[in-house]
Design a protein around this ligand. Structure first.
Ligand SMILES: [Zn+2]
Ligand SMILES: [Zn+2]
Length: 938
């Protein structure tokens, strides 16, 4: 039978089906346009893919990742934008992919090896890298599989992996080009070194945690010019005594009066028996510790700067695993913490330990493996970032006309971005890993020069020697992901023949991402995008301006998803909400709607399952509305009435002389659609969701469906034209509502939309149908008139409740109404009669005295009801209620009046009490009024 929907809405059943259908049918594939396509006609709603390009890149999740709530939120917002633009007629492309995630993936595979009793060193580099690829082939697709199930409307034909051949070519070209431009150099630099991962990690990958530690005070003997101890000591304080093995000086403030006599003197470094100078530097704080600072340039960034200023040598005393190396005297071979212990003991024995104080340290840890990071001097590769940063600043700063090549939303992040970019340091791009893009540089053992090349060289470019070996470092993962906007569309090989993608999709339109990768990724894409795409001419051959070089025109920074108590979700706290579990319970649509409805820009989301439950009920309501609608469609068909398919698919229209509710619901959906489009334009996902919710649940289900039943007469002597018109409005508004909701709830709308068309829809998917574009000023009169009727019905319903009219009883009413509204009421009396259970509508000049009435600006209304209640019993009930309410009110007031209670009580409890107080007062007043009424009447 047509339109045969299962009785109960079961998201699991429909979602799996459609998710699989969308992928199988390649519905969201966006082929490379031809030149004629890109010359482009304006978009036409309903013909998805014919209009302007709307391109987005999915922030690539780590290949090791599993979908968490943050992803789900990001994907929901992105998918809403993408589905909306697609339905608006744009040529939409959303590109998915995964990131090879250097450190994370290498660590994961290393752990696997450990359980097998092996190490990567045993395997060797080539075998280890092969092992990682193998891991990736088996497990790397997990997160994309989850995305498929959740219906992300990406183009799966264009899925990339940052280690793919074609993207690796781009990485290599970018490196070589920057090298040719003298923007890449090697240098000794203090880096954050993770002894476990055995690589440098960026400042952004270090998290700091306060830790209880000590401040050791150590006496350094002052020596005379001839190298003899003078018997005097200079005391320094340190939190890492083992680093003293690498000390090259002690610094004091030049004006520190305590030490004026030591200017120009030398010290003997204990344990190492090395003479080191006392240097003067204004950077030293006189108030911290003893005012004398040991200088270890190879193991502290501040000391490194001091060392540079004073031309001091750097002595690195630690190896890659955090053990003391050959420069550490008798401590060589000890782990850093074992060395610390022994050094402290030895100093004590020598009488050189002046004291130990408790001290809270802010200690850096490796974000990946939690190991304490060691600042360590090492040779690294850098990008001279200044010229790239300049372009990246110009891309975001408004120009003289106030135009911005990239708009960052919410605007507050523009300042954050610019501040960071204006104070940017050279970017350390090398990592001492095996998994990643190996740096294309070859060291020559003969002339010690370096060959950087696009193709693997067989000989040194400088001396021709074949004794060359490739650099062992790989590039920072963000180097390759920073190139994505250009590399996924074919850069660097953009030729006349293959430039279709680049011309059509670059710059991308929008990036939806989180604040946490604003610097890591967003900033680097802007730097690289502006730098490298600048060389690619425009389709017409003209040079590319900065505005067309940017990787995206807009960045929307989304909020964070927190738990229901606004706490950050974390595994340690155990408050992580697993999106897959919630989806299993309530369906993807309900979870998406929850996230959208709470997503106002700049405000974090307190994810509350109760709301998801509510939106599950919303989906259910829509389901039931569809069933009711199909039941009527089928009954109409039995007497030969059908809806003309031409009435569906666009914006519903209605005859001028149609009944009020038809004109009204059509005007409503127009106004709703206009508002939703505007909200989405401004990234107000919350407004869009809530507007649709109110329309669907309130206007359509609660009002319109109730009223339209009056017009759907399927009897033999029915006015068939009237029934057909009503049915057409009903179905066309419902069909348009489904399209309106589809970007937020793609699954249920897909299912019902196919049912509306009885399995023969005009397109393969609702996602390819046109998005409703409403006229917000359509039929304002209908909105006003219907609004008046609605408020009348609401007041009658309230009155009935107050005076205790039995649910099913119909009663006469008296209405005093403005002359202007009188005819509206007369013409639509059947609506009021049906929706407010009115047996007789008496329009009067004045409400009969003694009747309890409700008054509004434009009418007074009274319900005439002969009570059949037992007055004595009713009085007793009300008296009891009044006593109960009084007690509740007093208790709330007492607590709210108690200052010391208020100080201690959580805000939630106080809020609850205030609510209780207001509620009790309202109930009490109502009960008192009812009792008074009762007494009057008897
Ligand atoms: Zn680590
Ligand atoms: Zn050479």
């Amino acid at each position: 039978m047509p339109h045969d929907l299962p009785k109960a809405y079961d998201p699991a059943a429909i979602e799996d089906h459609w998710a699989e259908y969308w992928v199988r049918e390649k519905l969201f594939a966006q082929p490379t346009p031809t030149a004629a396509d890109t010359a482009g006609q304006a978009g036409q709603a309903g013909q998805a893919g014919q209009g302007e390009s709307f391109t987005m890149l999915l922030p690539p999740p780590n290949v090791t990742g599993n979908l968490h709530m943050g992803h789900m939120f990001e994907h929901a917002e992105s998918d809403i934008m993408v589905r909306w633009r697609r339905m608006c007629g744009d040529r939409v492309l959303w590109v998915p992919g995964t990131d090879h995630a250097g450190i994370a993936t290498q660590m994961l595979v290393e752990r696997q090896l450990t359980t097998e009793g092996k190490s990567r060193q045993q395997l060797g580099r080539a075998a280890f890298v092969e092992r990682v690829w193998e891991w990736r082939r088996h497990y790397g697709g997990a997160i994309l599989g989850q995305m498929k199930r959740l219906g992300a409307s990406v183009d799966w034909q264009r899925e990339y992996f940052t280690m793919d051949e074609r993207l690796s070519v781009a990485v290599r070209e970018a490196f070589v080009r920057l090298h040719e431009q003298n923007l890449i150099y090697r240098g000794a630099y203090i880096v954050n070194w993770c002894p476990r991962c055995q690589t440098a990690i960026s400042d952004l990958e270090v998290f700091h945690e306060e830790q209880k530690g000590h401040l050791w005070e150590i006496r350094y003997p002052v020596v005379s010019k001839s190298g003899k101890d003078t018997g005097e000591f200079l005391t320094v304080a340190t939190t890492r005594p083992e680093t003293m093995l690498g000390d090259v000086a002690v610094a004091i403030h030049p004006e520190d009066e305590r030490y004026l006599h030591l200017h120009g003197k030398k010290l003997r470094l204990p344990l190492m028996d090395r003479e080191i100078p006392i240097i003067l530097d204004e950077w030293v704080s006189r108030d911290f510790g003893t005012g004398a600072v040991k200088v270890t340039p190879a193991h502290d960034p501040n000391d490194f700067a001091l060392g540079e200023r004073h031309n001091l040598p750097s002595i690195n005393i630690m190896d890659v695993e955090g053990r003391i190396n050959a420069d550490g005297g008798s401590y060589t071979g000890l782990d850093r913490y074992a060395a610390r212990k022994k050094i402290v003991a030895d100093l004590e024995e020598l009488g050189l330990l002046a004291g130990i104080k408790d001290h809270v340290n802010n200690v850096g840890h490796c974000d990946r493996c939690k190991t304490t990071v060691e600042p360590r001097l090492s040779t690294q590769w850098f990008i001279k970032i200044q010229p790239l940063a300049e372009k990246a600043i110009a891309a975001v700063k408004p120009d003289a006309q106030g135009n911005k090549a990239i708009r960052i939303v919410p605007e507050q992040y523009e300042k954050v971005y610019l501040e960071w970019m204006e104070n940017i340091h050279d970017w350390c791009i090398s990592r001492q890993l095996w998994w990643g893009h190996r740096i294309p540089a070859w060291h020559c053992a003969n002339c010690h020069q370096m060959t950087v090349a696009r193709e693997d060289p067989t000989a040194c470019a400088h001396c021709g020697s074949d004794k060359i070996t490739q650099e062992t470092d790989v590039l920072d993962t963000w180097f390759s992901s920073g190139l994505l906007p250009v590399s996924v569309f074919g850069w660097p090989h953009i030729t006349e023949k293959n430039r279709g993608d680049f011309d059509a999709f670059y710059p991308t339109s929008l990036l939806v991402t989180g604040f946490d990768i604003l610097f890591f990724w967003v900033a680097r894409m802007i730097m690289f995008g502006c730098w490298f795409s600048g060389d690619v001419p425009m389709p017409d051959g003209s040079p590319r301006s900065l505005a067309d070089s940017v990787p995206f025109r807009e960045v929307y920074i989304h909020a964070l998803v927190r738990d229901a108590n606004r706490e950050k979700m974390s595994k340690t706290k155990g408050n992580v909400v697993d999106p897959i579990e919630i989806v299993k319970q309530y369906g993807t649509d309900a979870v998406r709607f929850t996230l959208a409805s709470m997503a106002s820009p700049g405000t974090d989301i307190a994810f509350n399952v109760a709301r998801t439950e509510g939106y599950r009920a919303f989906a259910n309501k829509i389901w039931n509305a569809a069933r009711l609608l199909f039941m009527n469609v089928d009954r109409a068909a039995e007497i030969g009435i059908t809806v003309d398919p031409a009435a569906l698919g666009g914006m519903p229209t209605v005859a001028n002389d149609a009944p009020l509710e038809a004109r009204w619901i059509v005007a409503e959906i127009h106004a709703t659609a206009a508002k939703v489009n505007q909200s989405l334009e401004n990234f107000r996902f919350d407004d869009a969701a809530n507007t649709i919710y109110q329309f669907f649940w309130g206007s359509f289900c609660d009002w319109y469906l109730e009223i339209v039943k009056l017009r759907l007469d399927f009897s033999e002597d029915a006015d068939k034209a009237q029934t057909k018109a009503a049915l057409t409005t009903l179905v066309s508004v419902f069909e348009a509502s489904l399209r309106l909701l589809s970007p937020i709830m793609p699954f249920i709308t897909e299912e019902l939309w196919h049912a509306v068309y009885d399995g023969n829809p005009p397109a393969k998917s609702i996602a390819l149908a046109g998005y409703p574009m409403g006229d917000e000023h359509l039929d304002h009169a209908a909105l006003v008139d219907m609004g008046a009727l609605q408020s009348l019905i609401v007041e009658i319903r309230a009155l009935r409740k107050e005076i205790g009219v039995e649910e099913k009883a119909s009663t006469p009413i008296e209405v005093r109404i403005d002359a202007g509204m009188r005819s509206v009421l007369n013409e639509n009396s059947t609506i009021v009669e049906r929706l407010a259970r009115v047996s007789e509508l008496r329009i009067v000049d004045q409400i009969t005295a003694g009747l309890s009435k409700h008054s509004t600006f434009s009418f007074d209304v009274a319900v005439i009801y002969e009570r059949t209640v037992d007055i004595a019993a009713e009085r007793e009930r009300l008296t009891k209620d009044i006593a109960k309410y009084e007690k509740g009110l007093m208790s709330a007031e007492r607590q709210l009046g108690n200052e010391s209670f208020l100080e201690k009580a959580p805000a939630k409890i106080v809020e609850g009490l205030k609510k209780q107080e207001a509620e009790m007062r309202m109930l009490l007043e109502k009960a008192l009024a009812a009792l008074e009424n009762l007494n009057k009447g008897s």
